[in-house]
Design a protein around this ligand. Structure first.
Ligand SMILES: N#Cc1ccccc1NC(=O)[C@H](C1CCCCC1)n1c(-c2ccc(Cl)cc2)nc2cc(F)c(F)cc21
Length: 233
């Protein structure tokens, strides 16, 4: 098999994405909060809306650092962000859930999330996704580039210049493909498995509006930003 090597440009691109990904982390870690105590459904819902609101802002900052993104048509930039924030939220949640934690913490975290107010019918698909992400043992470079690939999805609603987005995404996919070979040399199909998770992520994200509106509590209040970004209220 030929030796896989990243070009100088690809290494620079990856560094830019990873730096942006690490720079724009969610301020406080929700997992720590959840491990401290079991909140009520109302408190959990509020925590989620706060997390999601700050995550959208963080995502906008991260996206600005994706080389080429700011040269896209302005309306396409909005369409890409609007179309990917829910998937990015579940991807981020999955990465938080599958982070290495002291023994027993993941069990407690899962328990707290199961009792957070999310309707029961969404637990299985959600935790299946979280566990399938965990099994991949992604390195942070892969997590960052996978998030960028999720944002640069050409088939989001209302995207006009399909080609321009496809070109940017393809550049990212080329970097991710090489990274997977370099990081997981034993697993021939690791790259394919990784992309398969994006399909699972899209399916899970279809449920998000219903997950939120049927949260086990009355009068669900959303921030204006979330009303705009999510299909709720
Ligand atoms: N993490 C994280 C994160 C980062 C940015 C934005 C949202 C995030 N997710 C969250 O805060 C929620 C919390 C919010 C309070 C109530 C219990 C879930 N969350 C979700 C979850 C997100 C959405 C929807 Cl509809 C259902 C569930 N899956 C999580 C997995 C984890 F391991 C974890 F710690 C937190 C997680």
């Amino acid at each position: 098999r030929e030796k896989v090597e990243m070009t100088k440009e690809q290494r620079a691109l990856m560094k830019a994405i990873v730096d942006a990904y690490n720079r724009h982390q969610i301020p406080q870690d929700v997992a720590k909060k959840l491990l401290q105590e079991q909140y009520s459904a109302e408190e959990n819902f509020l925590l989620l809306t706060e997390m999601a609101t700050s995550q959208v802002q963080v995502l906008v900052e991260f996206t600005k650092n994706i080389p080429g993104f700011l040269s896209l048509d302005r309306e396409d930039q909005i369409a890409l962000l609007k179309g990917s924030t829910v998937e990015a939220m579940f991807l981020r949640s999955a990465q938080v859930f599958s982070r290495k934690m002291p023994n027993g913490h993941t069990v407690v975290l899962e328990e707290r999330i199961r009792k957070s107010g999310i309707p029961d019918e969404f637990m299985t698909p959600m935790f299946n996704f979280y566990k399938s992400i965990g099994e991949l043992h992604m390195v942070q470079e892969e997590q960052a580039i996978l998030t960028a690939i999720t944002i640069l999805m050409p088939d989001r609603p209302y995207v006009k210049d399909h080609q321009a987005v496809e070109r940017l995404q393809e550049t990212m996919l080329n970097v991710l493909r090489k990274l997977c070979v370099l990081q997981h040399p034993q697993e021939q199909q690791y790259f394919a498995r990784l992309l398969g998770r994006l399909t699972e992520l899209r399916t899970l994200s279809h449920y998000h509006a219903e997950m939120l509106t049927s949260w086990k509590m009355n009068d669900h209040k959303f921030t204006p930003l979330l009303c705009e970004i999510w299909d709720v209220q």
